[in-house]
Design a protein around this ligand. Structure first.
Ligand code: RUB
Length: 309
């Protein structure tokens, strides 16, 4: 797919979920590198950088996106030969997509081991990795049930319940505000992440922090399923994760909003759950307490602090 098309699809949320966004961006860069007919290495690099910037600008919260772009674009370094750079970018993109898919599978295995026979699990939004854990637990023969939230305003819960239904998992579909009413029926919360900060805070779909807070009050464990490329290296130098605010008409139709001149619709797409409300973050490198997020950034993302200058 061409870069502008992928960027548009990510913006419009036709491609959504942090992992899928990252893979789509890597593939778009790979395809772009494959088709460019740049007259020189400098021109090739310039065109790749423009494409990378277009992709990164689509959705600001999912750190998987700049991380994936960074990993792929590193193929441009260490050479001034266009064909070498092209091959490196294509190779890195393919490798990223492969390892991302493997990470989802590994996390499913680790996550499933934290789910006991008979557990009732609550999930919020539509996370490929969180669902992977739930489906793997079911596949391995555990009798489980799921509560899935609706996820206003974009209703990602509808995708979640279809996936759970197709897997044959008994599911209760609830509105977001019903979480506290049902939390005492729940044994475990599992959600995904758009970003994990150095202090172990998890940025995920709006409402996740409410769910986690409710779970903490009810002494229900909260697991976050997140590949290591969702950890945010720049938080090491104190950068904050930008929370995307989407158009108000996702929440309230324009004609109604126009008739209410004193009302402003606020529509943040994500929120921040502090580490204290999270019991474990399950990565493809194993399950860690959120306080160990720094280790993942240092050891597994392996980014050099010098890169941030
Ligand atoms: C999706 C969302 C998901 C994370 C993780 O938000 O918050 O929980 O992205 O998803 P949106 P995954 O629908 O606005 O993109 O595990 O699939 O990467």
């Amino acid at each position: 797919m061409i870069v502008s098309e992928t960027a548009e699809k990510i913006k419009k949320m036709e491609i959504r979920g942090a992992g899928r966004i990252a893979r789509a961006a890597a593939e778009a860069l790979r395809d772009h590198a494959g088709t460019l007919k740049s007259p020189s290495y400098a021109a090739f690099r310039q065109e790749m950088e423009t494409a990378a910037a277009t992709l990164v600008a689509t959705r600001p919260t999912a750190v998987s996106l700049p991380n994936a772009v960074h990993i792929v674009m590193a193929g441009l370094d260490g050479t001034t030969d266009t064909e070498e750079a092209r091959a490196a970018v294509i190779g890195r993109a393919d490798q990223f997509v492969r390892s991302s898919q493997q990470a989802v599978e590994r996390i499913a295995g680790f996550g499933a081991s934290h789910i006991r026979d008979g557990d009732v699990i609550l999930t919020h939004c539509n996370s490929e990795v969180a669902l992977g854990c739930i489906i793997e637990a079911h596949r391995s023969g555990k009798e489980i049930e799921v509560f899935a939230t609706e996820v206003r305003p974009r209703n990602q819960g509808h995708i979640t319940i279809r996936t759970l239904n197709d897997a044959g998992i008994k599911t209760s579909f609830i509105v977001d505000s019903a979480v506290r009413s049902f939390i005492n029926d729940v044994d475990l919360v599992i959600v995904g992440a758009d970003a994990v900060t150095v202090n172990g805070a998890v940025v995920n779909k709006i409402g996740t922090s409410q769910v986690a807070h409710t779970a903490a009050e009810a002494r229900v464990n909260v697991l976050v399923a997140a590949e290591t490329y969702k950890f945010a290296p720049r938080t090491v130098i104190g950068e904050l994760i930008q929370i995307e605010e989407r158009p108000g008409n996702e929440v309230l139709p324009d004609d109604i909003a126009r008739s209410l001149p004193h009302v402003t619709v606020r529509n943040p797409a994500f929120d921040v759950t502090p580490a204290e409300f999270i019991d474990l973050i399950i990565t493809e490198q194993g399950a860690i307490p959120p306080q160990m997020a720094y280790i993942i950034i240092r050891e597994y993302l392996g980014w050099d602090i010098a890169e941030f200058r």
